[in-house]
Every structure is written in structure tokens, then in C-alpha cells.
Design a protein around this ligand. Sequence first.
Ligand SMILES: Nc1ncnc2c1ncn2[C@@H]1O[C@H](COP(=O)(O)OP(=O)(O)OP(=O)(O)O)[C@@H](O)[C@H]1O
Length: 358
Amino acid sequence: MSKVEISGVTKSFGSTRVLEAVDLTVPDGSITAVLGASGCGKTTLLRLVAGFLRLDSGEIRIGDRLVAGDGVTVAPQKRGVGYVAQEGALFPHLDVRGNILFGLARKDRTEARLREMLDLAELPHRVATAYPSELSGGQQQRVAVARALAPRPGVVLLDEPFSSLDTALRESAGRAVVRVLRHAGATGLLVTHDQNEALSLADQVAVMRVGRVAQVSSPVELYRAPHDVDVALFVGGANLVSGTATGERALSMLGELPLLAPVKGEVRLVVRPEQVVLRPEAADGVTRGAVEEVSFYGHDASVRVRLDAPADGVVVSRVTGRAIPAVGDRVGVAVEGAVGAYPVDPVVDGEERAESPA
Ligand SMILES: Nc1ncnc2c1ncn2[C@@H]1O[C@H](COP(=O)(O)OP(=O)(O)OP(=O)(O)O)[C@@H](O)[C@H]1O
């Protein structure tokens, strides 16, 4: 049992409160991503679980054991936790063998364990004698994970482990690391500021905002039913559209749209770009406009449409397939599926905010 339970954890540095009553449970054998902007306290949370920092109040349990809080502070090496730091942080003067076996008692530093860890990390045995500088970034990450897993910890903490890798390598390294964790049956806590990484790799995503957990959900639920507009914008592209909700539906510049959850009154609607479909201008029930900008990404394109009305009405559609329109084309716009509706907050509403998707 290596579930991680974080309850009411608070942490300040001097007079600055960095974490405020954070609650988070990572189920045994699953992977939770902690997603948040730079400086929101992700690394601090991870370091508290590892035991590198002391909490001010609250409790942390690993399995059924209290490791921090209530006067208890278990030393990092006694928590059964592996840590993978940013950029792997391998020892440059040790070869792969030395790195992987580093944290083990002398009697456990066997060739069999080395081979087992290389296999687990999907690394060829011949890299055992290579030095970190001779490996690719992705291989170095896998060695770092193998080193963290070698003492057979129940929990592995990963702090932005892929941040130094380029985009293509990031994806494959991420998937490989998740496979390794699942194979080992370890519980994983992955810190990242990359929404795609969090959504694609984790079983559960905790979105953090200035020291607090804003939402904990499965990736699908987080994307489809974010708790508020800020979470919606943080986890993906969105058209923010004003509307008037009457329960199950809301009236907006994109027509009458069905809502994910009933609400009444003035709302902001979150319409994902992939929900916005382009139709012929003459089609029934569409909102008409002209294509203003096309960004082609290969697998799909982002098409910005200026609506005929209202005058400032702009909507972004994500278009897949071959039928990508050109700038200036006249189109009809329709919305597929239900959308999230969030009551207008008078304070937030007074602020300028971007209406276009990221
Ligand atoms: N040892 C420390 N002493 C003082 N302040 C600290 C210390 N560690 C972190 N902080 C501050 O706490 C806040 C949260 O830092 P933390 O590293 O946890 O954020 P983060 O979300 O991981 O950010 P990033 O993604 O940039 O790493 C920041 O304002 C940081 O400056």
C-alpha cells in the first residue's frame, strides 16, 4: 500500500505563505500530475512529501504511515520514496551502472538488479558502462527513473522530469517513464507546468493555483468540466463567450447552446475550439462570418472566424481533415456538444481578459 495522502498542508517561507491547506490523495499504484504555473508551489509540495522540507501544519501519510505532521518527521531515506529531479541530475562522474546502483546497500548492488532496472527502463544492457554525457536526454531521464526505482520505493516523485527535452522527445520519454512506473507498480506524483503532459500521462490531475489546489479530476473530466473559467483556460484552448443562461441552455452570439450543467443568469461560456465546426455559409442554424486567420499545424489547423455580428465577435475553430478554408472565405459556424457555463463574477468581469483561445 503506497497511497499518498496530503491533508491540510500549509507551508511558508519567512512571511510568504507558499502552500495553504493543500489536500490531495494519490491512490495506490496510480499517477497524479500536479499542474500549475511557475511559482504556485508545486515543487514545494513535492519536497514536503520527499521529506526535504518540514511542513508548518497538516499531515502527510504514505501508505498507512504518518511521515510528516503531528510532531512526526520521518527522514527522507526512510519514507520509501524515490525522487527524480529536473533534468535527471545524474552523477556525471559515475557510469550508468554506478548511477543506478548508487542508492542500494552494498549487498544489493548486483548485476542481476542492474539488468532488471535496465530492462524496466527499456534501456539496452550495453549502456551500463556509458557515462551520462554519452547518452541522449531521453536516455538520461530513463536512467534517472531507474535509479529512483532501484531501491524499490512505493512512491516515485518526479519534478518536471522532461523540461529539458525537446517536444518530440518529451512525449516519448513521458510515455516510457509512465510505462516504467506502471510496470514497477509504483505510485507516481509528477510535477509539471505542461497541460498536455499532465492530461496525457496521468490518471488524475491536480491543478494548483497560488498555493491551493483548484481542482482534482481525471484528465477527461478536467478538460470537459473544469470547475471555473481559470482552470478551463489553463488546461486547453477555449473561446470565452458571454451568454444568458436559462437552465439547460444559454443564448449567445453562437446561438442557443446546451449546457453541461444547469445554471441561470449572466454567464461566461467555455467553448472548446474543437467544438466549433465550420459549415457552408448557407447551412441552416449557423452563425455567419469570414475566415480571418488560418494557422496550419499538419494534423489540424486553427481557424479564426470574424462573425458578421456582433461587431467584435471572433471565434476560433480547430479543423481536422483536408477541408481547411482560406483567409477571406465565407463560412457558417456551429457548436457541437454541450458547453460549460460559469456565472459572471462581478469582480473578475470588470477586468480586461483575453477572449481568444491560447
Ligand atoms: N527555500 C525557499 N526559500 C524561500 N522561498 C522559496 C523557497 N523555495 C521556494 N520558494 C518560493 O516559494 C514559491 C513556490 O515555489 P515552488 O518552487 O514550489 O514553485 P513551483 O510551482 O514549483 O514553480 P516552478 O514551476 O517555477 O518550479 C516561489 O515564490 C518561490 O520563490
